[in-house]
Design a protein around this ligand. Structure first.
Ligand SMILES: [Zn+2]
Length: 123
């Protein structure tokens, strides 16, 4: 018979998950899978926050490929559109980098505040 996971939930109750073979924990609580879970969460967060602009750009590029293929637009116009798309993509990437840097700076600031506060308490 399958064993129950030994982890406790946040509310203090026992996890209802089934322990994986050779482990005392279910896949959601197995400490050896913690890094996998963190990476999956990070990936999901990134996918969730994928800018609408990128999705729109992808849609337009796919349509452009179709238009080029069926001859609706000529190769020269297509090439210009691809160039413009690259410029747009570079702008989106620069914006994302700035947003990321701002978030990291904010986090570092918060860490510094906490360090200062803990030093004050230590003295
Ligand atoms: Zn569990």
């Amino acid at each position: 018979m399958a064993r129950k996971c030994v982890a406790l939930r946040r509310d203090g109750g026992r996890c209802n998950g089934t322990a994986t073979t050779g482990s005392a924990w279910c896949p959601s609580h197995d400490p050896e899978r913690a890094e996998d879970r963190r990476q999956a969460a990070r990936k999901a967060a990134l996918a969730k926050h994928a800018p609408d602009e990128l999705t729109a750009l992808k849609t337009r590029l796919k349509a452009l490929m179709g238009d080029l293929e069926d001859g609706t637009i000529d190769a020269r116009t297509g090439a210009t559109m691809v160039q413009t798309s690259r410029a747009l993509l570079a702008t989106i990437q620069a914006e994302n980098e700035m947003t990321t840097i701002a978030a990291v700076e904010k986090r570092l600031e918060r860490i510094s505040e906490l360090e200062r506060a803990s030093r004050k308490w230590a003295n």
